[in-house]
Design a protein around this ligand. Structure first.
Ligand code: AR6
Length: 175
């Protein structure tokens, strides 16, 4: 089994152990992939997010929390908070890598075999796509090499620009 796969499509349609959401610190739902996940997953996800908000005041950028998947085909959602792009001098690269790492660590703890990531921070949060793809890909690749779980990561690219960037990264890995 290849450890990394790249596809173009809608992450809410996937049936894996967990899909990752590009959430905000308040876990309030919003636009983009977050909106799509809450819409398809239903009220249960929002209720669990509210509980986490009460217990630990949300989720800081670079961190991730777990909820069930509600009505989604995947049983769990990992809500990861990426950085808002401010030009690159506010630790954005490290925070983005940490958002991926925190999600991978949660998957490892739960012994999830297959998880799927959207392209965190590259929509509303404005992170340049090429730089973000390199950080995401390298962070995931390194983690999978060193850990037994998760066994596989699927990058789900919504737009063609991201899809082509990730395709190139995966081809470089193979060659
Ligand atoms: N499946 C996969 N990827 C998607 C989907 C989908 N259904 N819909 C959009 N994308 P964004 P961010 C891609 O804006 O930049 C929200 O309001 C999209 O093309 O969803 O991390 C939150 O509540 C882009 O490449 O997340 C936060 O406030 C990627 O998902 C804020 O936006 C991420 O874009 C987070 O911003």
């Amino acid at each position: 089994m290849e450890k990394i796969e790249v596809i173009q499509g809608d992450i809410t349609k996937l049936k894996v152990d967990a899909i990752v959401n590009a959430a905000n610190s308040q876990l309030m739902g919003g636009g983009g992939v977050d909106g799509a996940i809450h819409k398809a997953g239903g009220i249960k996800i929002a209720e669990e997010c509210a509980k986490i908000r009460e217990q630990q005041n949300g989720c800081l950028p670079g961190n991730a929390v777990l909820t069930s998947g509600g009505n989604l085909p995947s049983p769990y959602v990992i809500h990861a908070v990426g950085p808002i792009w401010h030009g690159g001098k506010r630790n954005e690269a490290e925070i983005l890598a940490n958002a991926y790492l925190s999600s991978l660590q949660l998957a490892k703890d739960k012994r999830f075999s297959v998880i799927a990531f959207p392209n965190i921070s590259t929509g509303v949060y404005g992170y340049p796509k090429k730089e973000a793809s390199q950080i995401a890909f390298n962070t995931v690749n390194k983690f999978l090499t060193k850990n037994e779980f998760p066994k596989k990561v699927i990058f789900v690219c919504f737009d063609e620009e991201n899809y082509l960037l990730y395709k190139e990264l995966i081809q470089n890995l193979a060659s």
